[in-house]
Design a binder for this molecule. Structure first.
Ligand SMILES: Nc1nc2c(ncn2[C@@H]2O[C@H](COP(=O)(O)OP(=O)(O)O)[C@@H](O)[C@H]2O)c(=O)[nH]1
Ligand SMILES: [Mg+2]
Length: 372
C-alpha cells in the first residue's frame, strides 16, 4: 500500500516557464532534457498554452499525470507570448523563474549556470545571449534578423541603460519576486518581455549574460515574425505615450489613417480616371479600404494574435467589415447630431471620425481579434 504521508519534497527552487503554441511533439523530449540538466527535484515546468489546435495542452496534462513537476495553464481565447510568460511566472511558488522556448532552440543544459548566477547574488537577471562572445546563433532563421537584432541592441542600451548583447533573448532567469513586483507595470503586448522587464525595473537591474548555442527549432513552425525594429518602436511609444493613448489604439488609428489614403486613391482612380459612377466608385473604395485595414491590422496591430488560415481570416474579415459598418453608423450619427446643434462642420466631422474609430477599435478588438 502506498503511504502518502512519507512524501518528503525537496524545496522548490526553480520554475521553467514554457509558453507554447502547437509544440506537442517538443514537450516530452524537452522535459527529459530539463531533468537531465537539473536532476530529479527542486524544479517545476509550467506549460502556458494558448489553446493550441495540435493538443499541446492535452499532451502536457498527460505528462503531468505521471510527473507532478509538470503543470499546465491552458488559456482560452487569449494569445500572446509576453502575456503567457508573465502569467506563467506569476503562477509559481518557486523563488527563481526561467523563461524558455518549448521548441528546443534554448539548451536546458545552461539552466544550472543561469540559476547559480542569480542565486549567488552575482546578478539580478541572467540572460542566455545569442550574441555574447562565445555564443553561436546558427539557429537564427536569417542573417537579416540577426542584423536587425544588432541595431535593436543599440536602441535597447539607450532605453534600458544596461549594456547588453541580446536584450531580445527569450531565454533568461531571475527572481520570481521581481517579476511579481513588476507585473502590474509590464505591458504584456508582443514578444519583447525581457526588454519590458529591463526597462521597467528601477533602479536598473544588475545583468549578466551567458553565451548560448542557439539551435534550430526541433519540430513545428516558428509563430513569430519578430520584426525587431517594429517591436522597438512600439516599446518606445509605449513608454512615452502608452498611458495617454494605448499602444494598440494608436496602431489601429494609424492603420485607419492609411486606410483613408487608400480610400481616396481608389476613389480618385475609379471616379476621375475610369469615369465610374460616383456611388460605385465610393462603394469600391470603401470595400478596398476596409479590406486593406483588416489586412494591415491583422499584420501589425494584432501581430501577436494574428489570425491564420483561410477560415479564420475569412471569418475575421467578415467580422471586421460588420464592425466597420457599425462604426460608420456611429460616425455619421454623431457628426450629424453635432452639426445640427450648431457645431462647426469640420469639428463635427472630426468628432464623428474619433467616435467611429473608438467604436471600431472596441468592437474589433473584442469580436475579431478577441474572444467572441
Ligand atoms: N502561449 C503562447 N506561446 C507562444 C505564442 N507565440 C509563440 N509562442 C511560443 O513561444 C516560443 C517562441 O516562439 P517561436 O515560434 O519559437 O519563435 P521564434 O523562436 O522567434 O521562431 C515557442 O515555444 C512558441 O510555441 C503565443 O501567442 N502564446
Ligand atoms: Mg523558437
Amino acid at each position: 500500500m502506498q503511504c502518502w504521508s512519507v512524501y518528503n519534497p525537496v524545496t522548490l527552487q526553480l520554475a521553467i516557464i514554457l509558453p507554447t503554441l502547437n509544440e506537442r511533439g517538443n514537450l516530452a523530449p524537452l522535459v527529459a532534457r530539463i531533468e537531465e540538466a537539473l536532476g530529479p527535484d527542486g524544479w517545476e515546468a509550467i506549460v502556458v498554452d494558448d489553446n493550441s489546435d495540435d493538443g499541446t495542452a492535452d499532451e502536457a496534462r498527460s505528462l503531468a499525470q505521471n510527473d507532478p513537476r509538470i503543470r499546465v495553464i491552458q488559456r482560452i481565447g487569449r494569445r500572446g507570448l509576453a502575456s503567457a510568460a508573465i502569467e506563467g511566472m506569476c503562477a509559481t511558488a518557486a523563488p527563481y523563474v526561467a523563461l524558455m522556448d518549448a521548441d528546443h532552440q534554448h539548451d536546458p543544459a545552461l539552466l544550472p549556470k543561469l540559476l547559480e548566477a542569480v542565486q549567488s547574488g552575482e546578478a539580478d537577471i541572467v540572460i542566455a545571449s545569442r550574441f555574447a562572445e562565445g555564443a553561436s546563433a546558427d539557429g537564427l532563421a536569417s542573417l537579416r534578423r540577426e542584423r536587425g537584432s544588432t541595431l535593436a541592441n543599440r536602441i535597447a542600451r539607450k532605453i534600458t541603460g544596461v549594456e547588453l548583447s541580446d536584450p531580445m533573448s527569450g531565454y533568461f532567469l531571475l527572481e520570481t519576486e521581481r517579476v511579481r513586483d513588476l507585473a502590474p507595470k509590464l505591458s504584456g503586448i508582443g514578444f519583447k518581455i525581457l526588454l519590458d522587464i529591463l526597462a521597467t525595473s528601477s533602479p536598473a537591474p544588475r545583468v549578466k549574460e551567458i553565451p548560448q548555442q542557439f539551435a534550430e527549432r526541433r519540430s513545428g513552425q516558428s509563430k513569430l515574425d519578430r520584426a525587431v525594429i517594429f517591436e522597438f518602436l512600439v516599446g518606445l511609444y509605449e513608454r512615452l505615450f502608452g498611458r495617454l493613448i494605448p499602444t494598440r489604439f494608436a496602431l489601429f488609428g494609424t492603420v485607419g489613417a492609411l486606410g483613408v489614403l487608400v480610400h481616396f486613391a481608389i476613389f480618385g482612380a475609379a471616379f476621375y480616371g475610369a469615369m465610374i459612377a460616383f456611388a460605385v466608385a465610393q462603394a469600391t473604395a470603401t470595400f478596398v479600404a476596409m479590406s486593406f485595414n483588416f489586412w494591415l491590422n491583422n499584420w501589425l496591430t494584432y501581430r501577436d494574435k494574428r489570425l491564420r488560415g483561410a477560415g479564420a481570416i475569412l471569418k475575421g474579415w467578415l467580422g471586421f467589415c460588420a464592425t466597420c459598418a457599425v462604426g460608420a453608423f456611429a460616425n455619421i450619427a454623431v457628426a450629424t447630431l453635432l452639426e445640427a446643434r450648431g457645431v462647426h462642420a469640420i469639428l463635427a466631422v472630426g468628432a464623428g471620425i474619433i467616435i467611429g474609430s473608438v467604436w471600431n477599435y472596441a468592437l474589433s478588438s473584442r469580436f475579431v481579434w478577441g474572444r467572441f
